[in-house]
Write a protein that binds this ligand. Structure first.
Ligand code: PLP
Length: 441
C-alpha cells in the first residue's frame, strides 16, 4: 500500500520544480506514493501541513543533532541575522568557527568553510590532485560524496573496473580517473594500488558508510587503509559530512583512532544551514588559494549566519559531550535492538547497526559488509514498513539506503512509541513477506 500524502501540493510542485522536489530522494520514488509536506519542526518532531505530528528519524538528513529549532541555535541565528546576513568579507565568527572545528578534530590544523558537502568533496579532490601531482581517485562502491561529476561513478561495477558515470551529462573522460574499491575489502584496494601505483592521488571514503544504509568498518579496516595510502604516497580523505560530530565529537576518526590527511565536513557543523568544510594539515591546506595555487572560492562561504548556527550547535555538543554521545548511542542501540527483536519474532530477514546518533537497518539477513550486501535488502518490505510507520506518526527517510538520525531530544517516550509502531508495522511487513514468498514459488 502506498499513499499520496498531499497530492494537491505535489501536483502543483511538479509543475514548477523538476519532479516536484529540490533533491531527488524527497520524491518518495523508492517507497511509492508522493511526499508529505511539512510546515514546522520542533525537538524530535515534524509537523505536516495537516497538523499531523511525526517522530523524526531523518533530522534534516543529519544536521539536527540537537533536535529541531533548538533554542540556543535559534537565538544565535537571530542575533547574527540582526547584524546582517552576509558581508562577503572577513568577520570574527569564522575564526571562532575554525578554532572550534580544529579543537575537536586533531587531524585538522586548518579548515576552509564552503556551502555544501558536495562542494567540500569537489575541492578535496582538486586539492589532493594538486598536492600529489597525480590524477586517479579511489572511491568505494555505495559511497556518496555529493553530486561531484568525478565521484558520481556507478557502484558495483567491480573493484578493479575503471569508473563509468552514473548520470548522463558526465563525460566518460571525467570519471575515467575514478577507481572503485569495495568497502571492508582491503584486497580490492591493494589490487588498485598494484595496478595504478604512483597514479593514485587520494582514497576517498566515508569511514562509517552512511549512504548504502549504515555499514560499519570492520576492525582494522580503516587503519590498514591508512597504512596502504601511506605506503603508496596517496592521501587518505575521510568524508565525515555525515559522521562528523554525529557518531562522536571527533567524528569516526576519533572512534576508530585513525587520522586522515584530509577531512570533509558538512551537516552538523551548520546546525541546519547550508555548509561544508575541508580540513587537514596546514601544509596541505596552504595549497588552497590565496596562499597556494589551488583555486577555491565561494560568495557565501563562511557566512555569519551559518557560523553562528554551527557554533551554537558545536558548543552545545562540546559542553556535555560525554553524556550527549553516550545517550545518543544508548538510544540508537535500544531502538535497533528493539527492532531486531520484533523482526526476529515475526521471522522477517532483518539486520541493524548503529554508531552514536546514526542507525541503519536492512531487510536481509546480515552481515551487511559492503554495497553488494546492502543491495540484498528487500525493497518491498521496506516500502511496507515505511508507510506503516508513517501511518503511526513515525518518519524514516523514504529510501532503504539512507541512515536514520537521532537527536538529543529523542527520549524514552519517543523510543517506546517508535517500538510500538514497529511492532504494528511488522504485522504488515510479515504479510508482504508472505506474499513475496508465495509469488516466488
Ligand atoms: N558526503 C556525504 C557522506 C553525504 O552523506 C553527503 C550528503 O548527504 C554529501 C557528501 C553531500 O553533501 P551535500 O548534500 O551538503 O552536498
Amino acid at each position: 500500500m502506498t499513499i499520496d500524502y498531499h497530492p494537491d501540493l505535489f501536483a502543483q510542485a511538479r509543475r514548477l520544480i523538476p519532479g516536484g522536489v529540490n533533491s531527488p530522494v524527497r520524491a518518495f520514488q523508492a517507497v511509492g506514493g508522493s511526499p508529505v509536506y511539512f510546515k514546522s519542526a520542533q525537538g524530535a518532531y515534524l509537523m505536516d501541513v495537516d497538523n499531523r505530528q511525526y517522530i523524526d528519524y531523518v533530522g534534516g538528513f543529519g544536521p539536527a543533532i540537537l533536535g529541531h529549532a533548538h533554542p540556543d541555535v535559534v537565538s544565535a541565528c537571530v542575533d547574527a541575522l540582526s547584524c546582517g546576513m552576509t558581508f562577503g568579507a572577513c568577520h570574527p565568527l569564522e575564526i571562532t568557527m575554525a578554532e572550534k572545528i580544529i579543537s575537536m578534530m586533531p587531524s585538522i590544523e586548518m579548515v576552509r568553510l564552503v556551502n555544501s558537502g558536495t562542494e567540500a568533496a569537489m575541492s578535496a579532490v582538486r586539492l589532493a590532485r594538486a598536492a600529489t601531482g597525480r590524477t586517479k581517485i579511489v572511491k568505494f562502491s555505495g559511497g556518496y560524496h555529493g553530486h561531484v561529476d568525478a565521484l558520481l561513478v556507478s557502484a558495483g561495477s567491480g573493484a578493479t573496473t575503471l569508473g563509468c558515470p552514473s548520470s548522463p551529462g558526465i563525460p566518460s573522460q571525467t570519471t575515467q580517473n575514478t577507481l572503485l574499491a569495495e568497502y571492508n575489502d582491503l584486497a580490492s584496494i591493494q589490487s588498485l594500488f598494484d595496478m595504478h601505483a604512483g597514479d593514485i592521488a587520494a582514497v576517498l571514503i566515508e569511514p562509517i558508510s552512511g549512504n548504502m544504509g549504515l555499514v560499519l568498518p570492520e576492525p582494522g579496516f580503516l587503519s590498514s587503509l591508512a597504512s596502504l595510502c601511506k605506503k603508496y604516497g596517496s592521501l587518505l580523505v575521510f568524508d565525515e559530512v555525515m559522521t562528523g560530530f554525529r557518531v562522536a565529537l571527533g567524528g569516526a576518526q576519533s572512534l576508530y583512532d585513525c587520522q586522515p590527511d584530509l577531512t570533509i565536513l558538512g551537516k552538523v557543523i551548520g546546525g541546519g544551514l547550508p555548509v561544508g568544510a575541508i580540513g587537514g594539515k596546514s601544509e596541505l591546506m596552504s595549497l588552497l588559494a590565496p596562499t597556494g595555487p589551488v583555486s577555491q572560492a565561494g560568495t557565501l562561504s563562511g557566512n555569519p549566519i551559518t557560523c553562528a548556527s554551527g557554533l551554537a550547535t558545536l558548543s552545545y555538543l562540546e559542553r556535555d559531550q560525554q553524556a550527549i554521545y553516550s545517550n545518543l548511542s544508548d538510544f540508537s542501540c535500544r531502538l535497533t535492538s528493539g527492532m531486531q527483536k520484533i523482526a526476529d519474532r515475526y521471522e522477517i530477514p532483518f539486520t541493524t547497526s548503529y554508531a552514536g546518533g546514526m542507525l541503519g537497518f536492512f531487510f536481509t539477513h546480515g552481515p551487511v559488509r559492503n554495497y553488494n550486501d546492502a543491495c540484498q535488502s528487500n525493497p518491498r518490505l521496506f516500502q511496507t514498513f515505511f508507510h506503516a510507520m508513517m501511518a503511526q506518526g513515525v518518519y524514516f527517510a523514504p529510501s532503504a539506503y539512507e541512515a536514520g538520525f537521532v537527536s538529543i531530544m529523542h527520549t524514552d517516550i519517543e523510543l517506546e512509541h517508535t517500538l510500538d509502531a514497529v511492532d504494528k508495522a511488522f504485522q504488515a511487513v510479515s504479510q508482504t513477506f508472505a506474499d513475496s514468498l508465495h509469488e516466488s514459488i
